[in-house]
Design a protein around this ligand. Structure first.
Ligand code: K2U
Ligand code: ZN
Length: 187
């Protein structure tokens, strides 16, 4: 498995809607394994295909050991209260902002063996799934900020983006989070 480069804000791939997967191949299963490894190395709890430069409708999440690969995810329902929480994004390093989202989400997806499943999640997993599915539609958490806050974070980003020539963030292995059992992908 490999740790992939992460694309950062400014790379057009982050704004392109992704394409549904027609056939789940071994190559896509390897991409999913590499996405988990990259996510852990970057100490994230979610990662979407556009963040590693791919246009397939695939995302991975691992929130407190609840680990899922979501292929062609569709949000079926959102419910509960609207909660505000601070979000960040591996593609917009060191930028944070408050985002309001429904507290509960029901999503239907395929796992990496092509089996369809439905998942209802709230709290951090629910928020993470919504954040990742947004990535697959070319949306980023900064789109939800107030115009004033968005202006502030974008001007901050103008400076820090110089650290990412070609809009590439190299994930160094010493950033690695604690060891995870990458090869056991529960579905
Ligand atoms: O998609 C990504 O960029 C990974 C996001 C996922 C996420 C953002 C906000 C809220 C929930 C999930 C994060 O950067 S992963 C970093 C992180 C770690 C622990 C808690 C929240 C965010
Ligand atoms: Zn993100």
């Amino acid at each position: 498995m490999s740790i992939l480069d992460i694309r950062v804000l400014g790379d057009p791939v982050l704004r392109k809607p992704t394409k549904p997967v027609a056939t789940i191949t071994d190559e896509l299963r390897k991409l999913i394994a590499d996405m988990f490894e990259t996510m852990y190395a970057a100490e994230g709890i979610g990662l979407a295909a556009p963040q590693v430069g791919r246009t397939e409708r695939i995302t991975v999440v691992d929130v407190e050991g609840k680990k899922y690969a979501l292929i062609n995810p569709q949000i079926l329902e959102t419910s509960g209260s609207i909660d505000k929480a601070e979000e960040g994004c591996l593609s917009i390093p060191d930028i944070y902002g408050d985002v309001e989202r429904p507290s509960e989400v029901t999503v239907r997806a395929l796992d990496e063996n092509g089996n369809e499943y439905e998942l209802t999640a709230n709290e951090l997993l629910g928020r993470c799934i919504q954040h990742e599915v947004d990535h697959l539609d070319g949306r980023l958490f900064i789109d939800y900020l107030s115009p004033l806050k968005r202006k502030a974070v974008l001007s901050k980003w103008e400076k820090s983006k110089e650290e990412y020539p070609g809009y590439i963030r190299k994930v160094r292995t010493e950033e690695r989070g604690e060891h995870h059992h990458e090869n056991e992908t529960e579905m």
